[in-house]
Each structure stands twice: as structure tokens, then as C-alpha cells.
Design a protein around this ligand. Structure first.
Ligand code: KIV
Length: 276
């Protein structure tokens, strides 16, 4: 049964300006996915900065083979549940596949995820012209946006699988150009997924906004993982960029606290979790 932990010490709410100050001060940002109130409360208690209701829920909760079937309705439902488990952690929610097909749909989705479900930030994959337009339109309407570049899972069919991006010079230069473009369009944060460590470092140094890596090496301003991956619950082979933090520990809370501590200290990700 989900029980709110009223004895937990009050935490200062995490804000977008606060995340920017963390980058400026060189303090690592910790992001973790959550799909329901109980896991959200565990993340909150462990000191996670940003809880992300990722469309990865399509794969790890629904058992689908990609994130593409996840609907806006489902994102609103899970975001509403996660919001109930949080008080200080910043809540970000994914824009599901095709909900950003044009500006008016993106604004409608943003309004529902923020106004109805309680998110404080919307994450959008890609940097095509319509995405840049959507980022601009959302930020103009005071909805903070987290961009998502590199191995963007919604592009699985374009990439021909979940493949590391930016391995050759041209592709790396393109990712950097996209990162500068999403920042210019108004994004407050960038998730950079599945790129070599050297590119993760290059993008992090080039941008003023915080860069949160997942399989992007240790030099990013913060890290994000899928909670089921870092608890060793996802069936099949553990992704290289993840680590089973529950192994050798006796509770979900301890595992998330260890993840928070290792990201803050720079111990995670190690070379074995990164691409060269
Ligand atoms: O959907 C998701 O969970 C994500 C993270 C892996 C960054 O996009």
C-alpha cells in the first residue's frame, strides 16, 4: 500500500533555476524515471532531483517492444500518479510519439501534462524544425522544456535499432549543432542518450543549460536511468550504460540512495558504463 512518508525531512523544492545553478557550481544532477506514486516517493526520499515519467513505460511497464505505442492519455495517467508521490522533486514528463507533430498538438499535450497532471517540465525528442518550433512555443507559454538528443528511442525505425549515435565526426558535429539549436529554441535542459564519452563532454562544455547523460559518459552535468534497469528488474541483458544498484542491497530505497550518491560523487557512470 502506498503511504505518504510524513516523517521525511522537508527538502527544498528543485526548480529550473536551481538546476542551472547546479551546473554553474559543478554539482551533479540526479534524474530517475518513475511511473507511479510509490516509486516516486522512494526517489523523493533518496534525494533524486528530477523524476521523469518517461515513455519508456511502454517498454518496462506495458511490455511493448518500443516506446511508440504510448499515448498522451497514458502519459497523463502515469504523470498524475507520480505527482502524488512527490513534494520537492521536479517532475518532468515525456511528450509521447507524435503528440508533437505540430505546434498546436504540442501545446495541447503540454497543457495536459502540466496543467492537468502536474508536470513542471516536458521532455521532447529530436531537433527537427517542427520540434524547434514546439520548444519555442512551449517555452513562450512558460512551460519549461527538456530536449532529448543522441539515441532518441522514438527514432528507432529511422536508426534501424537502438544504436549509439555520433560515433563518426560528421554525426558528432550534427549532434552538437542540434544541441546548440535546442538551447537556442529555449530548452532549459538536455538529455543526451547513447553517444561516445568524448561527445558527451563536448556537448556539456558547449551548452549553458545542464546536460543529463544516459550512456553519454561521466562528464555530463548529471545522469538519468530507467528505474527498473537500475534495480535489475528489466528482463533480458542489462544495458551497458546502466548498473544494478539493488545487487548487494536490501531495499529499493537503499539502491536509489546509492545511485544518488554515486552520481553526485562522479563514481557513476564508470568507463564500463560508457561508449568510446
Ligand atoms: O523514456 C525515458 O525513460 C527516457 C529516459 C531513458 C531518458 O527518455
Amino acid at each position: 500500500m502506498y503511504v505518504e512518508n510524513s516523517n521525511a525531512p522537508a527538502r527544498k523544492p528543485v526548480t529550473v533555476p536551481g538546476l542551472h545553478a547546479m551546473k554553474a557550481e559543478g554539482r551533479k544532477i540526479v534524474m530517475l524515471t518513475a511511473y507511479d506514486a510509490s516509486f516516486a516517493a522512494q526517489a523523493e526520499h533518496a534525494g533524486v532531483d528530477i523524476a521523469l515519467v518517461g515513455d519508456s513505460l511502454g517498454m518496462v511497464v506495458q511490455g511493448q517492444s518500443s516506446t511508440l505505442p504510448v499515448t498522451l492519455e497514458q502519459m497523463v495517467y502515469h504523470t498524475t500518479m507520480v505527482a502524488r508521490g512527490l513534494s520537492a522533486t521536479l517532475l518532468a514528463a515525456d511528450m509521447p510519439f507524435m503528440a508533437d507533430r505540430d505546434v498546436s498538438h504540442a501545446l495541447e499535450a503540454g497543457a495536459r501534462l502540466v496543467g492537468e497532471a502536474g508536470a513542471a517540465m516536458i521532455k521532447i525528442e529530436g531537433a527537427g524544425p517542427h520540434i524547434l518550433e514546439a520548444i519555442h512555443a512551449l517555452t513562450e507559454r512558460v512551460i519549461p522544456v527538456c530536449a532529448h538528443l543522441g539515441l532518441t528511442p522514438q527514432s528507432v525505425h529511422k536508426f534501424g535499432g537502438y544504436k549509439v549515435q555520433g560515433r563518426v565526426q560528421d554525426a558528432a558535429d550534427r549532434v552538437l549543432a542540434e544541441a546548440l539549436a535546442v538551447q537556442q529554441a529555449g530548452a532549459s535542459l538536455l538529455v543526451l542518450e547513447g553517444v561516445p564519452t568524448s561527445l558527451g563532454e563536448r556537448v556539456t562544455k558547449a551548452l549553458d543549460i545542464p546536460v543529463i547523460g544516459i550512456g553519454a559518459g561521466p562528464h555530463c552535468d548529471g545522469q538519468v536511468l530507467v528505474v527498473y534497469d537500475m534495480l535489475g528488474l528489466t528482463p533480458g541483458k542489462r544495458p551497458k550504460f546502466s548498473k544494478d544498484f539493488l545487487a548487494g542491497r536490501s531495499s529499493v530505497g537503499e539502491a536509489i540512495a546509492a545511485y544518488v550518491a554515486d552520481v553526485r560523487s562522479g563514481a557513476f557512470p564508470a568507463a564500463e558504463h560508457s561508449y568510446n
